[in-house]
Structures are given as structure tokens and as C-alpha cells.
Design a protein around this ligand. Structure first.
Ligand code: CLF
Ligand code: SF4
Length: 490
């Protein structure tokens, strides 16, 4: 059982709204679900202007803070692609912005617009609509732009977002600007076409197929041109890079420098996921992906030069719905959402957003309370694993977690640095030993696991593996910092 909320903050309805919001007429009621959902501190970085903060504060990908509270959705309207990446099998969704091996249901722009309106009503904290596949959105410009037009017309408060491989981007920046799409992601894996030849076997450009160095050079030049054009148009640009050990891992430090110089706002380095069963070139040739340690090391290296490094990406599906880290897409398959009526209600959405903003302020205050008055120098850093359904709260049972958020804690702060996916350990009263073993292995480099509740048996095993077990229902940073002061500092 979840302990009763102990403060005003935790009993805030919005705190509980994260995974489960039910709308009744003009009222929002929330129920707590029994089952369990840069440096990436982009939104808190002191070098970000207020205007910029306003642009990203409700975008769960561009702001690490926002991703605890606001949701995004994708619509799969763009099937075609114009390049081949060695980590992609075109039977599946675009792997530049999606988890490999997933197939999304293709929609027409009209179906997509209906789906957005349905979900905007049912999940009012959904603030961003992204088009990220299943192919490349700009290889399908008419479908992509028609979808944006329909949504902008009917749901003006929803931010529009686009992800592309960049090949056709320079041709469409004006149109993107015109449609008020304020966030564009380009996947850039290299700034050296020689390295590009190991990632891209061909590109299809202006009705001609190019291979080898020529192909990689065209893609590189178009990506740089697109990046520049976005900057000139004042459109926020995030760059995704897939980290491929032995191919571009060391090179990504240079990519990071180049894209920052050219005005990218945020860099998201994602691990290559390559499994032979996905049938990709890399999967079939045994190219491995990085482990979490290697990924963090590279992200830290790039973050040294600039704070804006995204670490909370979940490599979502082309039809993803919900908070990052939770997948509600199966609640809204085509056969289901086509039967649902749109309940889009701008006023109600604004009310929910105001509640979330108020809740965020309360979290900020709770964090400030555990911040030392003076910065402690050379304080050792430790990792802790957190079970959370969102909202910035430790609020999930150990056995219900499908991922753990990883925070790096020292005497000054607790900083989100990543997440680790796991299989859910508890299945209605029983837990599998093999799953527990796997979960413990996944978070073995952490000093503690912070959960709302855990059974005696897993608790004993976690302790035996050297992890402290902290049971709490409170703001993540507060619980993490208090743990640090009690067990590490002393
Ligand atoms: Fe979608 Fe991408 Fe927009 Fe986000 S996802 S189009 S910027 S709304 Fe986000 Fe998903 Fe990572 Fe993409 S977590 S894969 S970064
Ligand atoms: Fe696949 Fe996306 Fe690459 Fe196209 S751009 S080949 S869809 S990963």
C-alpha cells in the first residue's frame, strides 16, 4: 500500500495526476493507480534565458524538469524514407527517434488529427505532438505538414515537433516556420563523411541514389545547411546522435562541438540498440551498442563543454503516447481511438497546466530546503536508483518498476543522469527470482534504491548485493540528498 501523503505538496491532486487522469465534465479528478511509469538539467541551467525557458518548460524532451510532468505523443503518418542507416530495418519504425524493432500503425493526417484531439482530452498534460516516423517526416512532406495544419487549427495550445534525418530539411525550413513548429530534431551521427560511410550505405537525393563517400557527403552538407537555416529562423534544434562503439563513439565529441557552434540547443546521445532479430546491418554483423557506463562517460565528456545534454530520452515509438518512460500507445490503437469522441477542452487543459506549474514550484521549494547554504567542494558522487511513476516523486513500488531513474548525488545536489530499463519484478503477489537477479545487476553500480515500498524478500537480496534500500514517498531530490547526508556524508 502506498503510504498516505504526508505534506500539502504530496497531496496535491496534480502530484497524482501523472499517470492517471480522469476527466468528468468540467472537473478534473485524479486517482492514484495501484499498479505502477541534462548534464541534462536543461531547464535549470543558469545560462538559459527566461524566453528560452518559456519555450521549453512544457516540452518533455527539451526540458528534463518538464519530462517528469508533461507528456508527448507521436502520430505515425510518414512511412517513406530517403536514406538507409545501418541500424535500421525499414520493416520497423525510424530508429533515429524510435526504439528499434517496433512497428507503428500508419495513420492518415485526418486520423492522426482525430487521435491528437482524443488524447488531448484524455491526457491534458500532453503538451507536444511530434512526428517522428515511421520513416522520415520530410520524405513525406505533404502528410506531415497536413497533419500539423489540422492540429494547429483545432488544438492551438499543442506544441508541434518534428524529427528528421536532415536530408530534405533545408528545403522546408520556411514551411516549418510558417506552421509554427518550434522544435526540430536532426539526427547527426558524424561530421566527417568518411565515418558516415560506415553508417549510411546510400541516400536518395533529388531522384538519384548515391552510395559511399558521395552519399555521406551529401547528407552531411544538407544536415549542416539545415542546422544553420533553423538557427536563422529561430527554431529550436535538438540533435540526436546514435553512439556506435568503434565507429563514431570518439568522433561524437567533435560532433557535439560542431553542432553547438552551429546553434543546436540540445544534444541527445542515444545508445545503438542492435539485436540480430531486428535484421539490421549492424544487428546481423554483430556491431554492439554501448553499455550504460560508456554512454554516461561520453555524455559527461560532452557536457563538460556545455550543460545542455539530454539524458532522459526513452527512444520512443513513432506512435508513442504518455510521459517519457511510460507507454500508453496500446490504449489508443486505431480501432480504439476511432471509436472515441474528441474531448479537447482548452480551458480545462489550461487549468491542469496551471496546477502542474504550481506543483513544480512546490517541488522547487522542497529541493531548495535540502540544498546546503554553501557549495561543498570535492564531495564524492554516488548513484542512486529511483522507482517513480513521474511527477518528480519517489512514488512507485520496487516490484512495479519497469525502469529506474538514475540520479547522481553529492553533498550539493541530486542530478538526473539517466534511466535503466528493467523487467517488472512483481506480478500480482509473486516475483521471479531470475528477474530480481537481473534488476539487481542492472542497478548494481548504485549505492541505494529509493522506492515507495518493497517486499521483505527483495529488500534482503538488495541489501545483500550492497544496496541501501530507502522507502519513502517524497520529492526525489529530497529523499536522495537525505540518504546521502545520512549514509555517505557521515
Ligand atoms: Fe517526439 Fe522527438 Fe519531438 Fe520528443 S521524442 S519528435 S523531440 S516530441 Fe524525446 Fe522520444 Fe527521445 Fe525523441 S524521448 S526519442 S528525444
Ligand atoms: Fe531508418 Fe530513420 Fe535511418 Fe530512415 S532515417 S533509414 S527510417 S533510421
Amino acid at each position: 500500500m502506498t503510504p498516505p501523503p504526508s505534506s500539502g505538496l504530496l497531496s496535491s491532486p496534480v502530484a497524482e495526476a501523472v499517470t492517471d487522469i480522469m476527466i468528468t465534465k468540467n472537473t478534473v479528478t485524479q486517482k492514484k493507480s495501484d499498479s505502477c511509469g541534462c548534464s541534462s538539467n536543461t531547464s535549470t541551467a543558469s545560462n538559459i534565458s527566461q524566453r528560452m525557458l518559456d519555450r521549453i518548460s512544457k516540452h518533455p524532451c527539451y526540458s528534463e524538469e518538464a519530462h517528469h510532468h508533461y507528456a508527448r505523443m507521436h502520430v505515425a503518418v510518414a512511412p517513406a524514407c530517403n536514406i538507409q542507416c545501418n541500424y535500421c530495418n525499414r520493416k520497423y519504425d525510424c530508429a533515429n527517434e524510435s526504439r528499434p524493432g517496433v512497428v507503428s500503425e500508419l495513420l492518415t493526417p485526418e486520423e492522426a488529427a482525430h487521435k491528437v484531439l482524443v488524447i488531448a482530452g484524455k491526457i491534458p498534460q500532453m503538451t507536444v505532438l511530434g512526428i517522428a516516423g515511421p520513416g522520415d517526416p520530410l520524405a513525406n512532406p505533404e502528410k506531415t505538414f497536413r497533419t500539423f495544419e489540422l492540429i494547429a487549427d483545432k488544438a492551438p495550445d499543442i506544441k508541434l515537433c518534428l524529427s528528421t534525418n536532415g536530408l530534405m530539411l533545408p528545403d522546408y525550413v520556411d514551411r516549418i516556420k510558417q506552421l509554427n513548429v518550434d522544435h526540430v530534431t536532426i539526427t547527426i551521427n558524424m561530421v566527417d563523411p568518411e565515418i558516415g560511410t560506415k553508417i549510411y550505405p546510400w541516400v536518395h537525393y533529388r531522384r538519384k541514389r548515391y552510395k559511399g563517400l558521395e552519399a555521406a557527403r551529401i547528407l552531411h552538407e544538407r544536415q549542416m545547411e539545415g542546422l544553420q537555416a533553423l538557427k536563422e529562423a529561430d527554431i529550436l534544434c535538438k540533435v540526436n546522435s546514435v553512439m556506435i562503439p568503434g565507429i563514431n563513439d570518439e568522433h561524437l565529441v567533435e560532433v557535439d562541438q560542431v553542432i553547438r557552434e552551429k546553434g543546436a540547443f540540445l544534444h541527445n546521445i542515444m545508445p545503438l540498440i542492435s539485436a540480430p532479430e531486428h535484421g539490421t546491418h549492424f544487428g546481423l554483423t554483430g556491431q554492439r551498442g554501448p553499455n550504460p557506463k560508456e554512454l554516461k562517460k561520453l555524455q559527461d565528456e560532452c557536457a563538460d563543454s556545455n550543460m545542455k545534454m539530454m539524458r532522459h530520452c526513452r527512444q520512443c515509438r513513432a506512435d508513442a503516447v504518455g510521459l517519457l518512460g511510460e507507454d500508453r500507445s496500446q490504449e489508443f490503437t486505431k480501432d480504439k481511438f476511432m471509436e472515441m469522441d474528441s474531448q479537447y477542452d482548452l480551458e480545462l487543459r489550461q487549468e491542469v497546466h496551471a496546477g502542474i506549474e504550481q506543483f513544480k514550484e512546490e517541488i522547487k521549494l522542497a529541493k531548495a530546503k535540502v540544498k546546503p547554504s554553501e557549495r561543498v567542494k570535492d564531495s564524492p558522487k554516488v548513484l542512486v536508483a529511483v522507482a517513480t511513476k513521474g511527477g518528480g516523486i519517489v512514488n512507485q513500488h520496487f516490484g512495479h518498476a519497469k525502469e529506474f531513474q538514475i540520479f547522481e548525488v553529492d553533498a550539493n545536489e541530486a542530478k538526473f543522469v539517466g534511466h535503466r530499463k528493467v523487467d517488472q519484478y512483481c506480478h500480482g503477489g509473486y516475483g521471479e527470482d531470475a528477474t530480481l537477479e537481473y534488476v539487481i545487476k542492472t542497478i548494481a553500480d548504485c549505492k541505494a534504491v529509493l522506492v515507495s515500498k518493497v517486499g521483505e524478500c527483495p529488500k534482503a537480496e538488495l541489501r545483500e548485493a550492497g544496496l541501501h534500500v530507502v522507502e519513502a514517498y517524497d520529492v526525489i531530490e529530497k529523499v536522495a540528498r537525505e540518504f546521502y547526508d545520512q549514509h555517505i556524508q557521515k
